[in-house]
Design a protein. Structure first.
Length: 261
């Protein structure tokens, strides 16, 4: 597979996601991961390398997000979860947090029609407390507008933390036991799964992290228990669909045993 250089800092993304068919890889039949999770890392370092402030790195990341969504559609991925803002990101400077909140809100507002045209169903994983109401409003509006789309589900993990998700599931189970909706004699894995933020979405097959860092950073710990991992060296603003395709290609060459010999 060959990869061309693309200026992903431009906001001029085609109205339709489809590339020239000749450049789309032909992955082995039945081998494409159904659910891909992406830890989009490196915006700040990319900006520093360019001599820019950190927020410029976040701006440069926007077209990469949508180029990656397009590439996922072309590859045949059915679910794509993008780690957008973690519960730990509140520890960043107040000015950067304000920018990220406003920028996330504006991206969803600006891109919802494009996603709808592509057949994207917008989903959200995360906590309501602390998240700006204007961001929640845009997410809920986008989810309502795209709820009938079936090409790909794109989950924006905003104000998301994996431990927080499991704690919230445990709290929900405790409330159900208190209200006598379920028995508390035995808590099962299935019961926890049913109380996650998006219980209908299958577990993650492939986790891709950019920037060369090799850690999961509290990303979907329950859902990635048996995921394959791919760590790409590029900083996120230097990525796009072809980096995703490269990760998928490596995934197709692996043998997933799920504990079997």
């Amino acid at each position: 597979m060959s990869f061309k250089n693309v200026d992903y800092t431009s906001l001029d993304i085609p109205a339709a996601p489809f590339s020239d068919p000749s450049i789309i890889p032909h992955f082995a039949h039945g081998k494409v991961p159904r659910h891909v999770g992406v830890i989009m890392d490196g915006n700040g370092r990319w900006a520093k390398q360019q001599g820019l402030v950190r927020t410029e790195g976040h701006k440069a990341a926007e077209p990469v997000v949508f180029d990656t969504i397009a590439g996922a559609i072309e590859a045949g991925v059915r679910y794509l979860t993008l780690y957008t803002f973690s519960t730990e990101n509140w520890n960043r400077s107040p000015s950067e947090v304000r920018f990220l909140m406003g920028f996330s809100r504006d991206i969803i507002h600006r891109r919802v029609q494009q996603m709808n045209d592509w057949g994207v169903r917008v989903r959200w994983a995360g906590r309501r407390p602390r998240l700006w109401k204007s961001v929640i409003d845009e997410l809920e509006d986008a989810m309502e507008k795209t709820k009938n789309n079936k090409v790909i589900d794109v989950v924006f993990a905003i104000n998301y933390g994996g431990r927080a998700e499991i704690a919230d599931a445990a709290a929900a189970i405790a409330r159900d036991v208190r209200d006598r909706k379920i028995s508390g004699d035995r808590v099962t894995e299935k019961m926890i799964q049913e109380h996650l933020y998006n219980p209908d979405i299958p577990n993650v097959d492939l986790v891709m992290r950019t920037s060369g860092e090799m850690r999961t950073s509290n990303f979907l710990p329950w859902e990635i228990a048996y995921s394959e991992f791919d760590f790409e060296p590029e900083l996120w603003p230097d990525c796009g669909r072809e980096v995703l395709w490269r990760a998928i290609q490596k995934y197709t060459e692996r043998n997933r045993r799920f504990g079997k010999a």
